[in-house]
Design a protein around this ligand. Sequence first.
Ligand code: GUN
Length: 285
Amino acid sequence: MTAKIMDGNLLAREMRAAWKGRAQHLAEQGSQPGLAVIIAGNDPASRIYVRNKAKACVETGIYSEIHEFSENVSQDEVIRRIQELNENLRINGILVQLPLPPHFENDKVFASIAVEKDVDGFHPYNVGALATGNAIFPPCTPHGVMHMLEKYGIPVEGQHAVVVGRSNIVGKPMALMLLQKSATVTICTSKTRDLAEHTRRADILVVAAGKPRMISAAMIKAGAAVIDVGINRLPDGSLTGDVDFDSVKEKAGYITPVPGGVGPMTITMLLCNTIEAAERAQTQC
Ligand code: GUN
C-alpha cells in the first residue's frame, strides 16, 4: 500500500481563503483583527517562525505587531508589555513565542495574557477549558491536526490514537482533543518501554517527539494514519520529520509530509483564532 499524502499546504490555502473574507468583513466595519507576537532571545528558528506568522497575517488581512526583547530581558518587563497589550483595542490576539529564555516561568507569562486574547490557548484557564471539553481557543498545532483528520475523512471515534510526546504545546492538548472525539488514547513519552508495541496498535499515530525519523515502518500498523509534527534540521540543512517518511509511506494509509504537512496548518489555526477573537470582541461592543 502507498499512503495517501495529507497536503497541509492545500488545506491551509483553502482555510485561509475562507477566513480572509471574515477578516475583510471585520476591517470594513472598522475592526480589523490584530495580533501581537512577543519574542525574547535569539533562537534562530523562533525568529523565522515569528517572521512567517507576521507574513501570514498580512496575507490574510490581519494587522500584526512584533515585540522583540533581548535574551536577558526580565520577566516583569515582558509581563508589563503583555498587560499593555491586554488593554490595547487594536490587538485581539497575543502570542508569546516559545521557547522563552531559561530564567522565565512560562506559566506566569501565559497567565498574564487576557483569556479572550490567548489565541495560542496556553493560559491556564484555556488549558482547563480544553480539558473539560469546552475549549475557547484550542492550541494551534493539535487543532490543525484535527482539521486534517476531518478533511481526509479519517474517523476518530472508537479508534485507537497513539500520541508520542507529552509537551504542553502539542502532545497533551492533542491527546485531549482526540479523547474529546471519543478515541481511545495512549500517550507515550521518551521513557515509554517498548515504544513500538504501542505505536503498532495505533489507527491514528501522532508523533511530536523531536527525534528525526524515529518512527520506522516496522513501528506502525498497515493502513494507519500517521501524523508527523516533528520538524528537525539535519546537518546538511534539510528538514525532516520524526517519521521515516520514505519507508512509512509504503505501509501507512495516510501520512503527512515534512515540510508541507502539519506546519502550514499551525499558522492557519493561529490566524483563525485571531479572527475569531476579533469577532467575539466586536459582538461584545
Ligand atoms: N514554539 C513552537 N511552537 C509554538 C507554538 O505553537 N506557539 C508558541 N507560542 N510558540 C511555539
